[in-house]
Every structure is written in C-alpha cells, then in structure tokens.
Design a protein around this ligand. Structure first.
Ligand SMILES: NC(=O)c1ccc[n+]([C@@H]2O[C@H](COP(=O)([O-])OP(=O)(O)OC[C@H]3O[C@@H](n4cnc5c(N)ncnc54)[C@H](OP(=O)(O)O)[C@@H]3O)[C@@H](O)[C@H]2O)c1
Length: 264
C-alpha cells in the first residue's frame, strides 16, 4: 500500500475552524492576511494599536460573513500582549495560528541616528516579535495541540542597506529568533515556527516605488526575475501553507518569497 492518506491530502491546506491571531492587522499585509484567513474559514483575531482601523476592518469582514474580533495592543508591551492573548482565548477558546505582520522603519545613517531611535526600531521589529511569540506559544503549549507561527520579516534580514542599521538588524534578529524558537517549540510541543521574507510590496509607505517609469522601480526589476514588485496578496498562499498541515515538516525556516531577488 502506498503510504499517503487520502483524507490528509484532501484537507492538508485547510485552516477551516482554526483560530488565527494576526498582529499588525491594520497594515497592508496584516489586513489582507486577516481577510484571507477569514475567507479560508478561520476565526480571525486581529490586533494592532489603532482601534479605529481595527473597528473598520471588523465591520468590513463581518459584512462578508467572516467570524472576527479584535483587541488593541502594542506588540512590544508585555502587559498588553498578555491581555491580548487572554482576550483572544476569551473570544474563541484558543489560538492555533499566529501571524506576525506588524513592523516599523525610519531609515537613518548611523552617524545621524540617535541610540533612542535605533532602540525604537529594535523594539518595534525585534523585541515585539519575541514578546508576542512567547505569550502565544505559552498559550499553544497550555492547549497541548501544537500550532503554527508565521513571522513576516524581510529580505533585509539577509542583506545590509544604507540607513538600515535598525531595520536590517532587527529583521535579521527576528529570522534567527524564528529558527531558535523552532528548536524550543517544534519537537516538544508541535509548534512550527517559520518566517516569510519578502522584498518590496505595495503599502502606504512603499506606494511611491511602484511608478514603472521611476529609476527606483527599474533598479528593483534588475534584481527581480519575477518581473514586478509584489502586492500584499502575493503572500496569502505561502502564509496559508505555513499555517496549515501541508507544512507540518517545515520549521525554523526563513522562507524566500521575494520573486527571486536572491537569485541574480
Ligand atoms: N511593505 C514592504 O515593502 C515590506 C517589505 C519587506 C518586509 N516588510 C515587513 O512586512 C510586515 C508588514 O508590512 P506592511 O507594509 O504591511 O506594514 P505597514 O502597513 O507599514 O504596517 C503594519 C502595521 O504595523 C504596525 N506598526 C507600525 N509601527 C509600529 C510600531 N512602532 N510598533 C508596533 N507596531 C507598529 C501598524 O499597526 P498599528 O498602528 O495598528 O499598531 C501598522 O498597521 C512588516 O513587518 C514589514 O517590516 C514590508
């Protein structure tokens, strides 16, 4: 008998009925992933610091029949994160998937940047990942059913860049944190931890790079075999894959989803 189960193959990409907690849900990627989890049948618990935006997303998603809720929390604040996880559990009884999509950058040359500004980026992009993953992982361990953690970092975790001593360092740290968390959490507790590492995708902050006539866009294309920059929904498939049983043997990975940026 060939050793593959029909039932597993038929359902391996499903996140139906799972509870997905999304940080940075108010952002370009976070809002798209939140809605995508909802379309895929998951219960979606959104978090961010901006209550107005969270409210608007909840309203929009509920109008489409998506089961969702939100809590306001700063991902770098331990007390707020603790409350956020408790609020998710109060709402849905558990957390099965964590998608970390919040992020911040303020590019500055090291000679002009204050230590406080650098530390702010490190807290927003690195410490916050640790705090959120720690509290959600503890909840998953207490539930005893494993789980999936997907952290959005960046290709900037693998390459330096002018003005990016905060961002590259924090994203590089987050990628190594992901690999280390996998060592702590996968074999013993069945929690897979992976990151996705995009290059530029469309958001309020990057919209200016999408003018096809601009030198910035053309320069990027020289390093993008895929022939374009990304849209947030380009990452839905990869994230759902890493959130589902189809990726059960993948952990600790920093997954390239850059349109081939590192290949040339
Ligand atoms: N866009 C790109 O080209 C690109 C490329 C590679 C990697 N990334 C990474 O991909 C992730 C998603 O990017 P995106 O473009 O969707 O981001 P975004 O829209 O700029 O922001 C995502 C969310 O992060 C939260 N946030 C902002 N500053 C924060 C801070 N200081 N502390 C904690 N949370 C903060 C905000 O939510 P609240 O205000 O509600 O808290 C915001 O809605 C980020 O980690 C980003 O670094 C983006």
């Amino acid at each position: 008998m060939v050793p593959v189960k029909k039932d597993f193959v038929e359902n391996m990409f499903s996140v139906k009925g799972k509870v997905a907690l999304v940080t940075g849900a108010t952002g370009a990627l976070g809002s798209v992933l939140s809605k995508a989890y909802g379309y895929a049948g998951a219960k979606v618990f959104m978090t961010g610091r901006n209550e107005k935006k969270l409210q608007a997303l909840e309203e929009e998603f509920k109008a489409e029949g998506i089961d969702c809720a939100y809590a306001v929390a700063d991902p770098a604040d331990e007390e707020q994160v603790d409350k956020m996880v408790k609020a998710c559990v109060a709402q849905y009884g558990e957390v099965n998937i964590l998608a970390v999509t919040h992020g911040y950058n303020k590019p500055q040359n090291i000679l002009e940047q204050s230590v406080a500004d650098w530390q702010y980026i490190m807290d927003a992009d690195c410490k916050s990942v640790y705090v959120v993953c720690k509290y959600v992982a503890q909840q998953m361990v207490d539930q005893g059913k494993g789980g999936k953690i997907v952290v959005c970092t960046s290709q900037r975790s693998k390459r330096g860049m002018a003005g990016y001593t905060g961002y590259c360092t924090s994203k590089g740290g987050a990628d190594l944190m992901v690999s280390s968390m996998a060592c702590d959490l996968t074999a013993k507790y069945g929690i897979n931890v992976n990151s996705i590492c995009p290059t530029v995708f469309r958001s309020d902050l990057t919209e200016w790079m999408f003018d096809p006539e601009s030198a910035v866009y053309q320069n990027f294309l020289k390093r993008e075999p895929i022939g374009r920059l990304a849209e947030p929904d380009d990452f839905v498939g990869y994230t759902l894959f890493l959130s589902s049983d189809a990726s059960n043997f993948i952990t600790g990975a920093n997954c390239d989803c850059s349109g081939g940026y590192l290949t040339c």
